[in-house]
Design a protein around this ligand. Structure first.
Ligand SMILES: Cc1cc2nc3c(=O)[nH]c(=O)nc-3n(C[C@H](O)[C@H](O)[C@H](O)COP(=O)(O)OP(=O)(O)OC[C@H]3O[C@@H](n4cnc5c(N)ncnc54)[C@H](O)[C@@H]3O)c2cc1C
Length: 386
């Protein structure tokens, strides 16, 4: 259900102000200290940022997809590390429960996720199963009223802070010798669950990933997401479908911030006796960035509206993720160029953004996986129409 337009406008303005006045001034600190201050996390809770996409009946704001991407355009105007604090609670860490959870699972987890009282993570990737997620090896052996999990999950966002994991594991099946993929909701304190060292990453300091290891980790049968075995892969793909639009919108926000910073720098930096913004070669970079970001924004908004209408937007959402994540990479590269030597220096924050945005082309499906997905759907549609 969409929010009253006036209330939604107020929310947008509040988020815009929060980003500008509270988050932007902390960017350099968060990058240096590799942590987001607790006071900022409290403010995020008070603003309802942990429950943007969680239905109102469970204490969230229940934004439509269009509303969510419009809020995300604003959130993109600061370091991605801030979004990571509440990103998994809104996206991959909660949407499986929202979409496929039992009534009891929804009642148990969603209000606490929406309030930011617990943090959730999505544990699909493994050391030997990345793009080929369906080949995952983590097992869940049925043992009376319990399942016993064994395996390792890799690069799991927010795992060091998580209270709850959605874990994808292979369960036995009478009809399929390789088993089927089932999703489990696993409390982080369950004996047999341990964490690896926090990964050292190229960028996005302040946001953390690590391995999640399961060694004879015993969970009750009630932990099966949706109460039914074999539905896990479908759930994962549905969750990622929605996540693609969110990430695409975030890429647009980051690009717009970089374009604003580049324009402002180009207007005040003088060489050869005039602002570099007056040089046509600089103007070409600014114009290319603006046009590409605008194109991505239109794609994201149109696809989000389609999703709200109930259209199947799988192909278009993949187009958005592929285009927007590649686009923000080009925009960040041009931002460094426009800033010249300053763009390479830590103090200006542009080199940080350049490193931060590199991730968007890799996680929640690489560019190559999206190319494959888009083309495969095109062939399928053509065959169906023939
Ligand atoms: C910071 C970070 C956070 C992450 N957070 C999470 C998380 O919260 N939860 C989670 O489950 N996972 C998470 N991931 C994992 C992420 O989704 C995977 O890294 C990503 O899907 C790619 O898998 P991979 O790293 O194993 O690369 P690989 O699959 O090994 O790919 C390596 C290269 O091969 C290419 N490739 C693979 N298959 C094909 C093909 N068929 N055709 C052409 N090219 C191909 C890829 O595009 C890529 O260029 C995170 C990763 C990072 C880096």
């Amino acid at each position: 259900m969409s929010l009253d337009p006036e209330i939604f406008q107020q929310l947008l303005e509040t988020v815009r102000r929060f980003v500008k006045e509270r988050l932007v001034p902390h960017e350099a600190d968060v990058s240096r200290s590799d942590r987001v201050p607790e006071s900022i996390k409290h403010e995020m809770r008070d603003l309802g940022l942990f429950g943007l996409s969680i239905p109102q009946e469970f204490g969230g704001l229940g934004l439509t997809m269009e509303e969510e991407v419009r809020v995300t355009f604003e959130l993109g105007r600061t370091s991605p590390a801030f979004r990571s604090v509440f990103g998994t609670n809104n996206g991959i860490g909660s949407q499986g429960i929202v979409m496929d959870g039992t009534d009891e699972q929804k009642r148990l987890y969603l209000p606490r996720l929406a309030a930011g009282d617990i943090i959730s993570s999505f544990a699909l990737t493994e050391p030997e199963a990345g793009s080929d997620a369906a080949s995952l090896r983590t097992t869940a052996r049925s043992d009376g009223d319990f399942y016993v999990l064994n395996g390792t999950k890799r690069f799991i966002t927010n795992a060091p802070h998580a209270d709850l994991f959605t874990v994808f594991a292979r369960t036995e099946s009478a009809s399929r010798p390789e088993g089927v993929v089932t999703a489990f909701l696993v409390d982080a304190r369950t004996p047999g669950l341990s964490l690896g060292k926090i990964d050292k990453k190229m960028g996005q300091s302040g946001s953390h990933t690590c391995d999640v290891i399961f060694e004879d980790c015993k969970v009750p049968a009630s932990a099966v997401l949706g109460g039914e075995e074999g539905q896990g892969f479908k759930t994962a793909m549905k969750v990622l479908d929605r996540g693609r639009l969110h990430i695409s919108a975030f890429c647009v926000g980051v690009a717009d911030r970089l374009i604003a910073d580049s324009l402002s720098y180009a207007m005040q930096r003088k060489q050869f006796g005039q602002p570099i913004a007056e040089f046509q070669l600089i103007q070409a970079m600014l114009a290319d960035s603006r046009a590409e970001s605008y194109a991505a924004k239109c794609m994201v908004l149109e696809t989000a509206r389609g999703k709200d209408r109930g259209d199947n937007v799988s192909t278009d959402a993949a187009c958005c993720k592929m285009f927007a994540s590649e686009m923000v990479g080009r925009v960040a590269d041009r931002a460094v160029q426009i800033h010249g030597g300053a763009g390479y220096m830590e103090e200006y924050g542009i080199e940080r953004a350049y490193r931060d945005v590199r991730l968007f082309r890799i996680y929640e499906g690489t560019t190559q996986i999206h190319q494959i997905l888009i083309a495969r759907n095109m062939v399928k549609e053509a065959l169906a129409a023939a």
